[in-house]
Design a protein around this ligand. Structure first.
Ligand code: ARG
Ligand code: ZN
Length: 876
């Protein structure tokens, strides 16, 4: 725990570092509770710094053992050391070597930042500010240094010793039971990219030859006995390495690339140079234990961390305000990779679904912040959907605006100019502006203005003139700290669909619209399209070209038409979703579901369309989620009413199309051995969606079908989908299946996480007690982030009716859990507390209980910076 009231840090206050580190030599003597860290820092005064500035190094909870300057021991009062800071008020020279010895306790490290233990092994997590928990250091991303790491450990306890870069030496220490390894990383890097691992691990080995012929040894390290589960991750790694060469011209730059899978990890994974550390959830998979979603998650995260080698490591961030420089760009790159490996339209639909559920929601509440924030009190709280997912959307828009070639030229220029730098968003945008010869000042507002822009679009057709006028207005709603917004540059991809279902010419005046994208720049703007012999139906924001909320004057009939004919698959999907959303909103408000005939007809047409692939159909048939309906309602939301509306509509669709779903279920039959490829996954997704609709009423036949599938399944995707269907219904088959599932997978933590998730998501009154009971289950632990996220996180974030119980018990429970977790792991606690971010949209009773729970947390003495920051901003 840190200072009670952490100070706000502002982008505007950025100053270059006073001291640089040319070289670091680290020596670790690993020990469970007293690991000795010796750091030799070759310090050099920054010529761009302040004259006479002292050396100030960050620390966090450190115990200093010894200090020396150029080999001579240093004694007070020439320095001041606290757990949080080491200061040399009068440095002896402008360059010197500072030797610092500290002791750290990896076993006591429950926050999982710095050096900690997981399943007995040693590992590190340093981004963003964990290195200061290992040694005193200028722990900021703009201090780049060349690291050499010597690791020494008990040979029995830690036979494997891994560091960044290449292995230069290793061996036994004569006369002892210990051994050592020395790793050298030739690429200068900031401290947040440092990593080491020591322990008993099994290696899965492979190799890769880069485009220019460099042979790279690849290693994935897992717990002994889990080697067979790393095959898909290895395959994804090799595909990622090839793809980055082909798509971006980026080659790998070391002789080895290692990945270590650990079971205690705060986030998904970490891109440490040459030594990625992963949450094992994103490495381990077999058909029996992992779902198709898990496989695609592994592929995406492996790619993401690998791609960071260029976007993050070779070019890093000047300061943490620039986090999106590496994260938004790298998410964009991993999305593009998955699109190329799988189906582009289906990937886009899945990404937009996730963007709306996580980022639009964040952007519409008290935790809204710009893609590049301008102030923070705890940087760990800014690893958000806005920085990551909206950050990726901004890069995607750049590509849409500049075109394939312009975008690639801009990326090339960015790499050329900034390789080896700690860069800024200004640098990034300038590379594109210069490469394309285009002013991107207005575009850069996407980094600075928070909130989801609202586009209002209406069309009018003039038969006589053969013209179609599109009137567009835009506004950005006020968000915390930003009352007034400027108009944004919005790339709006569109088409005008003619009566025959084909695109009509897209011509503004006499000029054809290039790539089907118009640029909306002003608060109000009109576009006059010419040469149209019939009234078109506009297909707007094709491919979700801009992350905006779009309101248009399209009728339900227009949407039915687009759902059937739009040349843009995303908008076929989106048209169905829009029809459903309007029904759901009306029903949630009035308690009565309007006749869903149009939706049923349009859905039936999609099910029957043999030209559409199964994965697309599965996306198109899944109704918008409860959180999207709630966000669209905006205020006075009763989650029970939203749930009831969605259930009613599912029953209506499921009943009306029962025969189609039954046919789909039978014909998309399992058949053949499991393969995780996109086409097979799509068939399973569609079949399992059909199963869900067939069981939606809870009638015996549907439940029986789910039970049969649950028992007969030969893969986790089908087994889990059947279990998820059963879990929604209060039938004896539910408890029987949950028990059988537990017994079957008892020894497999990642599968038991799924078992926790499902139970936490049950939308019925008994769930809170069930969740409380499961916290006492031997498989549960508050110390393991995956367990906490599976049980409590899933309850708070994906069970709106029970988290927001009218009696306030759900809110109180999550607040209590946040408080008991905060002393252990502030980052995970803060993330859990962020589940309250939508509370202002709730109806008054639930809003009051959420607010009371947040206040109770906020007023608790001794909070971590992480939790106090979320509590304060949520209430702000
Ligand atoms: N850079 C990592 C990524 O690939 C995330 C690490 C964040 N870790 C943290 N403790 N906040 O996205
Ligand atoms: Zn990342």
């Amino acid at each position: 725990m840190r200072d009670a009231e952490p100070k706000a840090i502002h982008l505007a206050d950025y100053r270059p570092p006073e001291w640089l580190v040319d070289k670091v030599e680290l020596d670790f003597a690993l020990h469970p509770s007293q690991t000795r860290v010796t750091a030799r820092l070759a310090l050099r005064r920054n010529p761009e710094g302040t004259t006479g500035a002292p050396v100030v190094l960050e620390g966090d909870g450190l115990t200093l053992v010894r200090l020396a300057i150029d080999g001579k021991p240093l004694v007070g009062p020439s320095f001041e050391a606290t757990p949080a800071r080491l200061t040399l008020a009068h440095p002896p020279a402008d360059t010197f070597v500072l030797e610092v010895e500290t002791l750290v306790d990896p076993t006591a490290n429950t926050q999982l930042m710095g050096l900690y233990r997981t399943s007995g092994n040693y590992c590190t997590q340093c981004e963003p500010e964990g290195f200061r928990r290992i040694t005193y250091y200028p722990d900021r991303p703009d201090v780049l240094s060349v690291f050499t790491t010597r690791i020494e450990a008990d040979k029995a306890e830690a036979p494997i010793l891994l560091g960044n870069g290449n292995l230069v030496e290793s061996g036994d220490i004569p006369g002892t039971a210990r051994h050592f390894a020395i790793w050298h990383d030739p690429w200068p890097k900031p401290s947040y990219l440092f990593a080491l691992v020591g322990g008993k691990l099994a290696k899965v080995a492979d190799s890769f030859v880069t485009a220019s012929g460099r042979k790279v040894e690849l290693g994935i390290y897992v717990e002994e006995g889990k080697e067979a589960r790393a095959g898909y991750a290895m395959d994804a790694l090799k595909r990622s390495m090839r793809w980055d060469e082909e798509a971006f011209g980026r080659e790998y730059d070391l002789d080895v690339f290692n990945i270590v899978a650990v079971s205690d990890f705060n986030m998904g994974a970490m891109e440490n140079k040459g030594l990625n550390v992963f949450n094992d959830k994103y490495v381990l998979a077999t058909p029996e234990t992992a779902t198709d979603a898990d496989y695609s998650g592994i592929e995406g995260v492996i790619a993401h961390e690998y791609f960071h080698n260029w976007t993050g490591n070779r070019i890093t961030c000047r300061d943490w305000f620039q986090l999106c420089l590496k994260e938004g760009l790298t998410v964009f790159r991993d999305q593009e990779f998955s699109s190329d490996q799988r189906s582009r339209p289906v990937k886009r639909i899945a990404d937009v679904r996730m963007l709306k559920a996580a980022q639009f929601t964040e952007d519409s509440g008290p935790l809204a912040h710009p893609v590049r924030p301008e102030t923070y009190r705890e940087i760990n709280n800014f690893y958000t959907a806005t920085v990551y997912e909206k950050g990726a959307e901004v890069v995607r828009m750049l590509k849409t605006l500049l075109g394939e070639d312009g975008f690639r030229k801009g990326m090339d220029l960015y790499f050329e100019r900034h390789d080896g730098d700690a860069a800024t968003i200004e640098d990034f945008v300038a590379a594109f502006a210069d490469a394309a010869g285009r002013d991107l000042t207005q575009f850069a507002l996407w980094y600075a203005q928070s909130g989801t822009p609202l586009l209002n679009v209406s069309g009018s057709y003039d038969k006589e003139a053969g013209t179609f006028r599109l009137d567009v207005t835009q506004s950005v709603p006020p968000t915390p700290g930003q009352g007034d917004k400027k108009p944004m540059l919005i790339p709006l991809a569109l088409g005008l669909v003619g009566p025959d279902g084909r695109d009509m010419p897209l011509t503004l005046g006499n000029t054809p619209v290039e790539h089907g994208v118009i640029e909306v720049k002003e608060a109000a703007q009109s576009f006059l399209f010419t040469g149209l012999e019939a009234r078109p139906v506009p297909s707007l924001n094709r491919g979700f070209s801009a992350p905006v909320n779009l309101v248009s004057d399209l009728t339900e009939a227009d949407r039915v038409f687009l759902a059937a004919h739009d040349g843009d698959p995303f908008n076929r999907f989106d048209s169905l979703q829009r029809i459903a959303l309007e029904l759901l909103k009306t029903c949630a408000r009035s308690g009565t579901l309007p006749a869903p005939d149009a939706l049923i007809t349009a859905t039936g047409a999609v099910v029957a369309d043999t030209a559409l692939d199964a994965a697309f159909k599965a996306q198109a048939l899944a109704l918008p989620g409860e959180s999207e309906v709630a966000r669209e309602l905006g205020s006075d939301v009763n989650p029970d009413a939203v749930y009831a509306a969605r259930k009613a509509l599912r029953i209506a669709v499921g009943t009306a199309l029962a025969a189609d779903f039954a046919r789909t279920y039978e014909s998309a039959g399992a058949g053949g051995a499991f393969a995780p490829d996109a086409a097979s996954a799509g068939r399973r997704a569609l079949r399992n969606l059909a199963l869900d609709y067939l069981a939606v009423t809870g009638a015996a036949e549907g439940i029986a079908r789910a039970k049969v599938q649950f028992e007969a399944a030969d893969n986790m995707t089908d087994r889990f989908a059947a279990l998820a269907v059963l879990a929604q219904h209060d039938v004896p088959e539910r408890e029987a299946a949950l028990d059988a599932f537990y017994r079957r997978f008892e020894s497999d933590a990642l599968v038991i996480d799924k078992w926790f998730v499902l139970q936490a998501q049950i939308a019925s009154e008994g769930t809170l007690d069930r969740v409380k009971g499961l916290m006492l289950h031997p498989a549960f632990s508050l110390s393991n982030p995956n367990r906490v996220r599976s049980l409590i996180g899933a309850f708070a974030a994906t069970n709106p009716t029970q988290f927001n119980r009218a009696d306030g018990a759900g809110h109180a429970f999550v607040a209590d859990t946040v408080l008991s977790l905060d002393g252990k792991n502030p980052q995970v606690a803060a993330r859990l507390l962020a589940s309250f971010k939508t509370f202002r949209q709730l109806e008054p009773v639930r809003r009051a209980s959420a607010e009371a729970a947040l206040r109770r947390v906020a007023q608790t003495p001794g909070l971590s910076a992480d939790v106090s920051d979320i509590a304060t901003r949520s209430l702000g």
